[in-house]
Design a protein around this ligand. Structure first.
Ligand code: AP5
Ligand code: MG
Length: 223
């Protein structure tokens, strides 16, 4: 699975559980570019107990969005690093119209090419099953699902033997809040990017390997 020269920002857009993280890991590896997940960045701040983590923790536990200014300064800082010059995959960002407008501004300065937006389309009734069944490796971040993609040894990562953990925002009531936040604050971005002519839909209901193949094909197409 070799791919060369991403050369732009790629935005993965879709509801919680759509498979953004699963696919971003594969696509970032195929292109050799960073996978920038704002959720993972916040979870790292929370586990390190930084001031940003302390502010984000209760908000994330309620399934709400962290305020735009906090997200934006974190992202801007991250994409200023040298490893981002050849492009990157944004997973879970932007999530509000103000975040998207701020990102447009940053990208205009940094890249000559428009971003590509991949919109993962998944039936709503699948999302709860995917999220309650998800388990994530505490070492390398590999993503499993106890129903559809279980590890060979229960509770242990196939790759590095790390303990598989459940995220604190994986309770059913919190998931319902996250899905509602998506509908209210993030879904409007589908129209925002469609109007710009940079968005492509991907069938997120297909098997993970088929989704990866489709995303690689979309990104290789001329826009
Ligand atoms: P974040 O970490 O971004 O979570 P999310 O958007 O809710 O998305 P998930 O990570 O839950 O789902 P995913 O699409 O990555 O699916 P995955 O690949 O894991 O955000 C968490 C919180 O941080 C937010 O609630 C907010 O508080 C804060 N935050 C983050 N970014 C922010 C921002 N920009 N602004 C403000 N606040 C922000 O897959 C899910 C499951 O499905 C897995 O078990 C997987 O194995 C399975 N699966 C994946 N693909 C398939 C497939 N094709 N078929 C079958 N099963 C599949
Ligand atoms: Mg994710």
């Amino acid at each position: 699975m070799a791919a060369k020269g991403l050369g732009r920002a790629v935005i993965f857009l879709g509801p919680p559980g759509a498979g953004k993280g699963t696919q971003a890991r594969q696509i970032a590896e195929a292109y050799g570019v960073p996978h920038l997940s704002t959720g993972d960045m916040f979870r790292e701040h929370v586990s390190r107990g930084t001031p940003l983590g302390l502010r984000a923790k209760p908000i994330m536990e309620r399934g709400e969005l962290v305020p735009d200014d906090l997200v934006l300064s974190m992202v801007e800082d991250r994409i200023s690093r040298p490893d981002s010059v050849g492009g990157f995959i944004l997973d879970g960002f932007p999530r509000t119209i103000p975040q998207a407008e701020a990102l447009d501004e940053i990208l205009r300065k940094r890249f000559k090419t428009d971003p590509s937006v991949v919109h993962f389309v998944v039936d709503k009734n699948q999302l709860m099953r995917r999220l309650t069944g998800r388990r994530t490796c505490g070492i390398g971040g590999e993503i499993y699902n106890i129903y559809d993609h279980p590890p060979k040894v229960p509770g242990r990562c196939d790759r590095d033997g790390g303990e598989l953990i459940q995220r604190p925002d994986e309770r059913e009531d919190v998931i319902a809040g996250r899905l509602a936040a998506y509908e209210r604050q993030t879904r409007p971005l589908v129209d925002y990017y469609r109007r710009q002519g940079v968005l492509k839909d991907v069938d997120g209901m297909a098997a993970p390997e088929a989704v990866t193949k489709n995303v690689l094909e979309l990104l290789a197409q001329k826009k």
